[in-house]
Write a protein that binds this ligand. Structure first.
Ligand code: ZN
Ligand code: ZN
Length: 289
């Protein structure tokens, strides 16, 4: 969730990592990375492509952003979109908004309904943040939308493990469920794995103080892991505090490979084939050898 920081105080951009291919950034925010138009999008995606990131899924969290991500996905063949109202903005889910989101989700380059879910961190800390009961209702609506359209559900879960599971069980989960930026512990990882859901891992797996998460990650089969940047947030170690971008994904994947004791190429290949399957991107030729 986005609380703008003082940009002038930001450390310099992380250096480009050694290339690692093929990778797909399963969750990023190109607009929040500073891309405005087709050219700005191409610049960010070119930097990512140079280190092996072959495609990105850019996520909307409000209605303006939802309109923008769909355009971004039309501008560049390496960009796909996901559309929803972020749980913290659930107050804005009026009938008019529901109609527009439903229309945008039907677009062929929109590959998921998200990010939706529950966020119990921001209520009371952020002015205008939707209360949990409103978030819950909006989450249920997005679950139904994912089921009606057959598109994957992409979940944002911040300090709300039990609430998210409750709503999923009450409503009935869609076929494909992705927990973006999975940051919970082992018990939650086991629940999600048993349900057949995908867990998308971000820069948080590189954080040395994320002991419980790093323990949980070892319990997730490679077949259920996606990788993401959630850029411009959650920049991987040792560049925390700098602005993240999709080109930083190899840092996270190498740290993840070390954590699960596999070769980085194996994690790259495995997570990319998971993303191709989950988002139904099998028509992208040449991503996998
Ligand atoms: Zn999120
Ligand atoms: Zn996000």
């Amino acid at each position: 969730m986005r609380v703008s920081s003082n940009r002038s105080a930001k450390p310099p951009a992380p250096p480009a990592p050694e290339p690692l291919a093929p990778l797909i950034d399963a969750h990023t925010h190109l607009d929040a990375c500073g891309a405005r138009d087709a050219r700005g999008v191409a610049e960010v995606v070119d930097r990512a492509a140079a280190v092996g990131v072959r495609a990105v899924v850019t996520i909307a969290d409000d209605l303006d952003s939802a309109r923008w991500v769909v355009r971004a996905a039309e501008w560049d063949p390496r960009v796909y979109a996901a559309v929803a109202l972020h749980p913290t903005r659930a107050d804005a889910l009026t009938d008019v908004a529901r109609a527009e989101i439903t229309e945008l989700v039907a677009h062929p380059r929109v590959v998921a309904v998200g990010e939706t879910g529950m966020d119990l961190y921001w209520p009371g800390r952020l002015d205008g943040c939707a209360q949990p009961c409103v978030q819950r209702e909006a989450f249920a609506w997005h679950i139904d939308l994912a089921k009606r359209t057959g598109k994957p559900l992409m979940i944002h879960n911040r300090q709300a493990d039990q609430e998210v599971l409750d709503v999923l069980r009450a409503e009935g989960a869609p076929d494909t469920v992705i927990f973006h930026c999975f940051s919970s512990g082992s018990a939650m990882a086991r629940e999600c794995v048993a349900a057949g859901w995908l867990l998308s891992l971000s820069g948080t797996v590189t954080f040395r103080n994320a002991r419980e998460l790093r323990e949980a990650v070892r319990q997730i089969p490679l077949e259920q892991i996606l990788v993401e940047t959630d850029a411009p947030f959650l920049t991987p170690h040792p560049y925390r505090g700098a602005a993240n971008e999709p080109y930083c994904l190899p840092y996270t994947v190498r740290a993840l490979a070390e954590l699960v004791d596999r070769r980085p190429e194996e994690v790259a290949h495995g997570t990319t084939s998971n993303a191709l399957r989950a988002y139904e991107l099998s028509h992208i030729s040449g991503v996998l050898p």
